[in-house]
Design a protein around this ligand. Structure first.
Ligand code: ATP
Length: 354
């Protein structure tokens, strides 16, 4: 197992900076997600942890030891490459055994380790089958077996489920998480899928344009996004951001939106300038009596809930309402915000005020 610390790590490719000075900590045994849109620097960060890229500056600690400039071979970390990268001419046993055989391990020991890995993954009965004829899930398990068998301190996975269809992907995600819970090894997992990150991760780093936007447990990132980027990237539909100008309403602890007074947390009393009120769709309630008004422009039925889009003085606002609540397009109603769940952002910097 391993505790990994990234301290002020930066990576430049020529004149281009792929990762700006980044810092975060991955605790021993965590299932840790690197999340962000395409090109944000996730893979580069993972490759620096693996030793496949060296940081331009900054330090990487594995269990307290600085390894930033050491090659991959000296880091005791297993990179689960694209899951389907198996040797097609070898059987399952030989595919899993490959890293041990190339280390020169004795045959009896290799056999024991391969059988242990196969048992953990539930593929002991197909060890002598050629990998060529295997179904997707089994191929994936064989690829994992090849990583597990080395008994590394840490697993690194780069979009391992990216090529799978939705249903199978969900199943493999559950298996991966269960496997991690059985083995307990630190796992770092790259994804651009916010739902996958929220479902699987103990902790998440959200990156954008090479910058760490936020680092924390899924619920904290969802409930208290540190930036407007995170508020928008996480959640479906994303957090509403209602722009408003100027100071908080007289008397504090409320903002004035188009004449309607909306209570906000007490800690925001000092806010001023160009601001935005962040509200998750499920934290806005439809209420005839509420002074902030919106006109229904669309409804989207989702089973137990529906997403209702309102046109308001601050632009469109989406509300998640129970699907049995009657809403008609064109009608105007009040929107009630729950002060305890609101985030106020500085609209110029995009950062949340706390
Ligand atoms: P994706 O999900 O698309 O892989 P990512 O978040 O993993 O995205 P990276 O692969 O880390 O992003 O790439 C970050 C940026 O660095 C991209 O703009 C990419 O083009 C650039 N980059 C990555 N590797 C190199 C390289 N070897 N030389 C030059 N630029 C690179």
């Amino acid at each position: 197992m391993a505790r990994i610390e990234i301290r002020n790590v930066r990576k430049e490719f020529g004149a281009f900076t792929a990762v700006q000075s980044s810092s975060f900590v991955i605790e021993d045994g965590e299932f840790f997600m690197l999340l962000g849109p395409s090109g944000c620097g996730k893979t580069t960060t993972l490759r620096m942890i693996a030793g496949l890229e060296l940081p331009t500056s900054g330090e990487i600690f594995i269990d307290g030891e600085e390894v930033g400039q050491r090659p991959a071979s000296q880091r005791d970390i297993a990179f689960v490459f694209q899951m389907f990268a198996l040797y097609p001419h070898l059987n399952v046993r030989k595919n899993i055994a490959y890293p041990l055989v190339s280390q020169g391990m004795k045959r009896a020991e290799v056999r024991a380790k391969v059988e242990e890995a196969a048992r953990i993954l539930g593929i002991a009965d197909i060890l002598d089958r050629p990998v060529g004829g295997l179904a997707g899930g089994d191929r994936q398990r064989v690829a994992l077996g090849r990583a597990i068998v080395r008994d590394p301190k840490c697993f690194l996975m780069d979009e391992p489920l990216g090529a799978l269809d939705a249903e199978f992907r969900e199943h493999m995600a559950e298996e991966l998480r269960a496997l991690h819970d059985r083995m307990g090894a630190t796992t770092i997992y790259v994804t651009h899928d916010q739902l996958e990150a929220m479902q699987m991760g103990d902790k998440i780093v959200v990156m954008n344009h090479g910058v760490v936007e936020q680092f924390g447990v899924p619920q904290e990132i969802y409930d208290w996004p540190a930036t407007m980027f995170v508020a928008n990237f996480i959640g479906s539909p994303p957090m509403n951001a209602l722009p408003f100008d100027g100071a908080l309403a007289q008397g504090g602890c409320a903002v004035d939106l188009g004449g309607a007074r909306i209570p906000v947390p007490e800690s925001l009393e000092a806010a001023s300038g160009a601001l935005a009120l962040g509200a998750r769709p499920e934290h806005v309630r439809l209420s005839d009596a509420a002074p902030y008004r919106g006109r229904v422009t669309a409804t989207e039925y989702l089973g137990t809930t529906q997403i209702v889009t309102f046109d308001t003085a601050q632009g469109p606002v989406k509300v998640r309402a129970p699907s049995d609540q009657v809403v008609r397009e064109g009608e105007t109603t009040g929107l009630d915000f729950d002060a305890r769940t609101l985030t106020v952002f500085n609209a110029s910097t995009g950062r949340a005020l706390r």
